[in-house]
Design a protein around this ligand. Structure first.
Ligand code: FEO
Length: 402
């Protein structure tokens, strides 16, 4: 993507990666992504904010081709998709000084073997004049690494937010035009990247509420010309509010566990509880992560494989544990043949989740009618918890005997 003006003093000089389909060799990117970088041309000094993924170094350098002098390179974040082209930029502009947090300086030394003489650390809330534009550096650790910061430009009330408020969304628009699509992509990004850091993010949102932000320019995806849209969404995602939803990731080898899954869905549906069901043998992990953002309950369903849970279920449990969703209730169910250590193995894998564990339902072979009754009881236990949490209204469900 060629350089384009966002304002008289701000130029977008980053790259759109339309074809990338995987991040961190793990996260699906159905809509590609972008590595945004912004050139701020003050009357006296010029600064580049972020420096794109290494694969797009030539795009960045080409977009800076007409620039005679670059005084500063603001490294808001040391991860390679932001810092990958720093070495090449410093080679092209020998006068440039990198500005970053002290922790970021250490990361850049490790990752890029960057010479410390080319780096100057900035304090939290430190300001830098570019002449008629000012940059204020706001340390915001853990969005999503410990060294991250954002950069505020008061004259244009613009926040260069780095990964914060970003979305993996390749688009040729610089600013969001389709709010629904933008929020969907941003929620996926939050779920995959930011969700483990809800407590620090809450603090950062409080801090940002004191700024009269007109425009947010993240490092991935188009910018937010109506900042309240993404700020309000983030406030909701990091809050303790949960929804009347059960996330039901499952894997089934010979159909017995799937019979149980279908029975649970029927029982939950009768009780007015929404279900998001994911077949772990073909799941989009991003969609599963999104479902975990605000669901009240997770039920993980798996057959026993060599006594323990199926490896797909282990993967899902490990990810859920790492993402630390605000889920309040959890249960395990599935089928086994000759031995069952499924529940204890999965419980051991999900110790980060602050959940009440509901009674699991493990069945020998194909479920019998007594087993299906236990699944119904599990659904009722979920309903009671959701009712107590104030997210399920109406009278307790009464099962009519046939
Ligand atoms: Fe966009 Fe944390 O990298």
């Amino acid at each position: 993507m060629k350089a384009r003006n966002i304002s008289e003093r701000v130029v977008s000089v980053g790259a759109v990666d339309w074809d990338r389909r995987l991040f961190d060799a793990l996260i699906p990117l159905p809509d590609g992504t972008s590595y945004n970088a912004f050139l701020v041309r003050g009357k006296e000094k010029t600064a580049l904010i972020d420096a794109v993924d290494p694969a797009f170094t030539e795009t960045l350098l080409s977009n800076l081709a007409g620039l005679e002098r670059l005084d500063y390179l603001v490294a808001n974040h040391a991860e390679q998709d932001h810092a990958g082209a720093i070495t090449a930029v410093l080679a092209r502009f020998p006068e440039t000084v990198v500005l970053c947090t002290p922790k970021c300086k250490d990361f850049l030394a490790d990752e890029l073997h960057l010479s410390p003489e080319r780096v100057r650390t900035v304090a939290d809330a430190e300001t830098l004049s570019l002449g008629d534009r000012t940059l204020e550096f706001l340390h915001m650790p853990w969005v999503h690494w410990p060294e991250t910061m954002t950069t505020w430009m008061p004259e244009e009330r613009t926040l260069f937010s780095c990964d914060f408020f970003g979305s993996h969304l390749a688009a040729n628009e610089l600013l969001m035009t389709d709010e629904g699509r933008a929020l969907e992509a941003a929620k996926r990004y939050y779920a995959e990247i930011m969700m483990p850091f809800r407590p620090p993010i809450r603090g950062h949102l409080d801090r940002l509420s004191r700024f009269d932000v007109r425009l947010i320019l993240p490092s991935h995806g188009p910018g937010w010309p109506k900042p309240s849209v993404i700020l309000d969404a983030y406030r909701d995602w990091v809050s303790d509010k949960v929804k009347n939803t059960v996330v039901l990731p499952y894997v089934s080898m010979h159909g017995s566990t799937k019979v149980m899954v279908d029975a649970l869905i029927d029982s939950l549906t009768l009780r007015g509880i929404a279900v998001e069901r994911f077949d772990l043998s073909s799941v989009d992990l991003g969609r599963l992560a999104m479902a975990l953002v605000d669901a009240a309950t997770i039920v993980l369903a798996t057959p026993a494989v060599l006594v323990g849970p199926h490896p797909h279920a282990v993967h899902a449990a490990y990810l859920a544990n790492a993402l630390r969703p605000k889920t309040r209730f959890a249960a395990v169910m599935g089928s086994f043949g000759w031995g069952n250590k499924v529940e204890e193995t999965l419980a051991g894998l999900m110790k980060n989740l602050k959940v009440e564990l509901l009674p699991s339902v493990m069945v020998k072979g194909l479920p019998r009618s007594a087993d299906l009754k236990k699944i119904d009881e599990l659904a009722e236990a979920v309903a009671q918890r959701h009712r107590s949490a104030g997210i399920l209204s109406g009278e307790p469900h009464v099962i009519q005997e046939a």
